[in-house]
Design a protein around this ligand. Structure first.
Ligand SMILES: *Cc1c(COP(=O)(O)O)cnc(C)c1O
Length: 354
């Protein structure tokens, strides 16, 4: 069925094992992130088969889909108060930075007769989520002590998301200091010191990860074999676990410059064209409604993408050796943004192979 995304679970398992081993050598457990594939349980099972410790997602809708899997679930996005009951029901652990929310989770946990685990988020400078000043944190901790259905199990931080700040010995060292402060104030030992996402992998490779960091929340590095601090390929991993396949619905020779007065394209932009004469072009049945503004890259290097509207992708195949015909398939490699969009599109068939 087309268009489709091919998902190679053998390659995914290879990547998961490799990163699990690399982390284990450094005393680190993995919370494997499922949001880029919308919490598909068949894909998440591949993570579990390879020994990850937690499944983690930013959306409760996805954790619901994973409910029957035996692994502990972690909610990555700060919970909404209006959703506290669902959070307690479907997440064993959530990441938090607001005392009001933790109080709501405590109430929900009480009514469901559960203990909900919490990781306290610290903002180390990337300026997305997390406690930012010590006074605010200490006030929250003093209120937390009274909550009977909440267990503070860890501390965490997120970097390289909003601000692009790269994890380092210095900022993750600060996280370790925070963990000690919290342990002292709450008089408990924290089980989880969570040192970030796929942008922290490079510290492992350079042997610079602070000792006490014992957890990473990894999505992109496992799924695409790419660390996200510098965008480098991780050695011996597959970068093509996921590939987009789309079908040719027209092949014709056409000019490169449109004929007539140029107004706006489908997205309100005024396009410009370089005259390269008559070219051989193909239209594929896939479009921006599926991959948004994100990059996709033809596996065959002689193919050039020349434009896309909501449901059509136009490519230049003049330089291709193969004589593409209507009904043929073209394969693309994808990056994180296009993976998210394609997995979210209900028009893309999800083709999982073992
Ligand atoms: C998405 C997310 C992750 C995983 O990020 P990757 O770059 O895909 O490894 C980790 N932590 C939080 C809080 C997230 O939202």
């Amino acid at each position: 069925m087309n268009p489709r995304i091919n998902i190679d679970l053998n390659k995914l398992k290879h990547n998961t094992k490799l990163l699990c081993d690399k982390c284990k050598e450094n005393g680190i457990q993995i919370a494997a992130v499922t949001k880029a594939f919308c919490g598909n349980p068949d894909i998440a099972k591949a993570y579990i088969d390879c020994g990850v410790t937690y499944l983690a997602d930013s959306r409760i809708e996805n954790l619901k889909k994973l409910n029957s899997l035996p692994t502990e679930k972690m909610l990555l996005r700060l919970p909404m108060i209006s959703n506290a009951k669902e959070v307690v029901r479907y997440a064993d652990i959530s990441l938090n930075s607001e005392i009001e929310t933790i109080i709501a989770l405590n109430d929900a946990a009480k009514s469901l007769d559960k203990i909900h685990k919490v990781i306290i988020m610290i903002d180390l400078g990337d300026l997305r989520e997390g406690f930012f000043d010590n006074k605010n944190l200490k006030e929250a901790l003093s209120k937390l002590k009274k909550l009977k259905n909440i267990k503070i199990v860890g501390v965490g931080s997120n970097l390289t998301c909003y601000g692009g700040v790269i994890p380092s010995e210095a900022n993750l060292g600060k996280l370790v200091q925070y963990s000690e402060t919290i342990e002292n104030i709450l008089n408990t030992k924290l089980e989880i010191i969570s040192g970030g996402n796929s942008s922290s992998i490079y510290l492992l490779e350079e042997n610079r990860m602070p000792q006490k960091i014992n957890n990473l929340r990894l999505g992109e590095s496992i799924l695409l074999g790419r660390e996200s601090a510098y965008g480098k390929h991780i050695k011996n991993t597959f970068g093509d676990v996921f590939q987009l396949v789309a079908e040719v619905i027209e092949v014709k020779h056409k000019p490169t410059v449109p004929i007539g007065e140029i107004g706006m394209d489908a997205f309100g932009n005024t396009p410009e064209f370089e005259d390269k004469g008559i070219r051989k072009r193909a239209i594929l049945a896939v479009g921006r409604q599926d991959f948004g503004d994100n990059d996709i890259k033809p596996v065959e290097e002689s193919i050039e993408i020349i434009g896309a509207s909501s449901d059509h992708l136009i490519i230049d195949i003049t330089k291709c050796d193969s004589d593409y015909k209507v009904g043929d398939e073209i394969t693309f490699n994808i990056a994180y943004g296009s993976l998210l969009s394609l997995m979210t599109s209900e028009y893309i068939y999800k083709n999982i192979t073992h």
